[in-house]
Design a protein. Structure first.
Length: 379
């Protein structure tokens, strides 16, 4: 069976949250459920996938949910040992448990911006997980039709989101008595905040997302502290080589991080270049997230997609798929325009315009053909 990545949604009611002395937030949450969920492909088709209890509540599935990262919105890629530190804003507990048709688990939110977003109403949880997809259709015991079955779900991360696929059953639970209220209609609900900050890498300024800038600053501070510590130890200990080895290791880690940041910046530059090529040279991407720019490209190619994009505005996978299709259509239009121009020139009898090479070759052939003729002199 093919393996696939899924981003579902679960809700989080904050009815028993605990604010710790250091500002962290410990909160009980409902992080997953059984049932039939709908997924839409890039072509607009909808597939109904069944999450049976024997798969969702399997011991291996529950174990995969232990101690996984919590993120503020879904990251652009699955988390692993190389990128988790850039996106983690907290962690799940080691005690996922079955509660009826849902999975209950405690979450620890450690990032101030994520805690602030939660108090503004961003309380639904979207599990990011891998499954083996079984395309066998059927009907659930309670009569719901489905197109396939999700088997062997394995959790990669939990994302805090505004709206969830799994609905209000999957959410964090907070209490109004904990000194912060959740607005019933938060002004930012349904919209992700895309703060941009400037960081300096190799004497160049780069505008990056707020969470990337925070991770970069943390790493720079750690590197500076390590250098200071290494220098102090070198003064007190004769074995300078060990300290230098540690500094070298940190420098190598910093170079790796710079390469990762440069890759993100290059991807952003390419995205904006595509947008200007398709939407026009005057297109401005200032203050817009990558998803916002992708939406603009999609609408520049297909204005009728506006309502569908509005409905799926938080579904990154859907928007990225539509964006790739839009780029393909733009290339098709470009190729079609070139063929029409060539056909029009040929219809006028001129054929394709001659290049400088063709003109020079014709002149050379003419001179060689007429070289035998005597020169005609005026006299």
């Amino acid at each position: 069976m093919p393996e696939a990545m899924r981003f579902d949604r679960a809700e989080v009611r904050f009815d028993r949250a605990e604010r710790l002395d250091n500002g962290w937030l410990r909160v009980p949450a409902t992080v997953g459920r059984t049932g039939v969920l709908e997924y839409e492909g890039p072509n607009g088709s909808v597939r109904r996938e069944y999450r049976p209890p024997e798969e969702v509540f399997h011991q291996d599935a529950l174990r995969s949910a232990e101690m996984v990262p919590v993120t503020n919105g879904h990251p652009p890629e699955a988390l692993d040992a190389t990128n988790t530190r850039f996106f983690a804003v907290g962690w799940s507990s080691s005690n996922p448990r079955v509660d009826g048709k849902v999975i209950a688990q405690d979450l620890l939110i450690t990032d101030a911006a994520a805690i602030r977003a939660a108090t503004e109403g961003k309380i639904q949880i979207s599990p990011g997980y891998r499954v083996d997809y079984d395309p066998t259709p059927g009907v659930t015991p309670d009569g719901q039709r489905y197109d396939g079955i999700q088997r062997k779900p394995r959790i990669n991360h939990y994302a805090m989101v505004w709206l969830g696929r799994q609905g209000p059953e999957v959410l964090m639970r907070m209490d109004e008595a904990d000194a912060f209220e959740v607005p019933s209609n938060p002004p930012t609900a349904g919209k992700e905040k895309h703060a941009m900050k400037t960081i300096r890498i190799d004497e160049k300024d780069h505008e990056v997302a707020d969470e990337v800038a925070a991770a970069f600053a943390t790493h720079e501070a750690a590197l500076a502290a390590a250098r200071k510590d290494a220098a102090a130890r070198a003064d007190a200990a004769p074995d300078i080589s060990k300290m230098q080895a540690r500094i070298d290791a940190l420098e190598e880690e910093r170079r790796t991080d710079r390469a990762s940041e440069q890759a993100r910046i290059d991807a952003r530059v390419s995205l904006v270049a595509n947008a200007r090529r398709i939407a026009g040279d005057d297109y401005r991407a200032d203050g817009k997230s990558d998803l916002d720019v992708m939406r603009d490209v999609i609408l520049a190619i297909d204005a009728s997609a506006k309502d569908r994009l509005e409905q799926r505005k938080d579904d990154r996978g859907y928007i990225e798929g539509r964006y790739e299709v839009a780029l393909e259509r733009a290339e098709e239009r470009k190729d079609s325009g070139a063929r029409l121009l060539a056909a029009a020139q040929q219809a006028k009898g001129g054929g394709a315009p001659k290049s400088k090479y063709d003109e020079e070759r014709e002149r050379f052939d003419k001179e060689r053909t007429e070289a035998w003729k005597p020169e005609t002199r005026a006299g």
